[in-house]
Design a protein around this ligand. Structure first.
Ligand SMILES: [Mg+2]
Length: 256
């Protein structure tokens, strides 16, 4: 994997780059994006109109039933809601803060297509948190040009081809790169190409997982060394202390 050793940051952290899976990793599998977005709308109604949380929730349901969507209902009732503003609402400000507190490069690596990835990140309020998206099209650049179905086999995680394509696209040293995914087979594949691995959404480590996180929001608690940095060669936590991380983690309760 030395051919991928191209970039690294001047840091005492053991990691230069964090590679995140998208679906079921950045948002929880057991609640789903739909629930998270409902909570997001409720928060918007509370903030914008001063409703209580229960009133916001019942109002959202009523508007949805009558007008097909909360946004459509609010506009039909004469509220001047800016659609872009509404759609850009951060789903999870805690996660957004957490991601922004990480100085290292941050990459999305998903089997989903680019359109889905872009939309989900937008709805999560995380579009500007990542340097690059490696997705279905990145792994299968020639698929649309194929003249027969078996000409270009589909490449996806957890295949070694997929892992190596991603590594070549993002130019990292795998041993200094943290790979987060909810799928145990993807974790095993990542370990096989030399990445450091984090199994997300589980409580028990599987073979190939260096760390396990029940939720992405616990990243700072489980892997505080992500925030270790400094230029004097000492093992000092300059950019983030443990209490800084804890305050980031407790700033906003996660909805849904
Ligand atoms: Mg996933």
């Amino acid at each position: 994997m030395d051919s991928h050793t191209i970039s690294f940051c001047d840091s005492n952290s053991p990691f230069d780059c964090i590679v995140f899976d998208l679906d079921d990793t950045l948002y929880p599998a057991n609640t789903g994006i739909a629930s998270a977005l409902k909570k997001n709308i409720d928060d918007y109604l509370v903030e914008k109109f001063g409703f209580s949380e229960s009133k916001a929730s019942s109002h959202r349901v009523e508007l949805f039933k009558t007008y097909g969507s909360t946004l459509a209902g609010l506009r039909a009732l004469g509220h001047d809601i800016d659609a872009d503003d509404y759609h850009r609402l951060p789903y999870d400000s805690q996660l957004r803060n957490l991601l922004f507190s990480i100085a290292q490069r941050k990459i999305i690596f998903t089997n989903s297509d680019r359109n889905h990835a872009v939309k989900v990140l937008e709805r999560l309020g995380l579009s500007d948190c990542f340097e690059q998206i490696v997705c279905f099209e990145s792994m299968n650049p020639n698929l649309s040009k194929s003249s027969r179905p078996d000409e270009f086999p589909v490449v996806l995680k957890p295949s070694m081809d997929a892992m190596n394509i991603a590594l070549s696209l993002i130019h990292v040293n795998p041993r200094r790169t943290l790979f987060l995914d909810d799928n145990v087979r993807n974790i095993a594949a990542a370990r096989a190409v030399g990445l450091r691995t984090v199994l997300v959404g589980k409580t028990v480590k599987t073979e190939g997982a260096d760390y396990v996180l029940d939720t992405i929001n616990n990243l700072g608690k489980v892997i505080p060394e992500l925030w270790v940095s400094g230029t004097d060669g000492g093992d000092q936590r300059i950019s983030r202390t443990r209490s800084d991380i804890d305050s980031i983690l407790t700033t906003t309760a996660v909805g849904a």
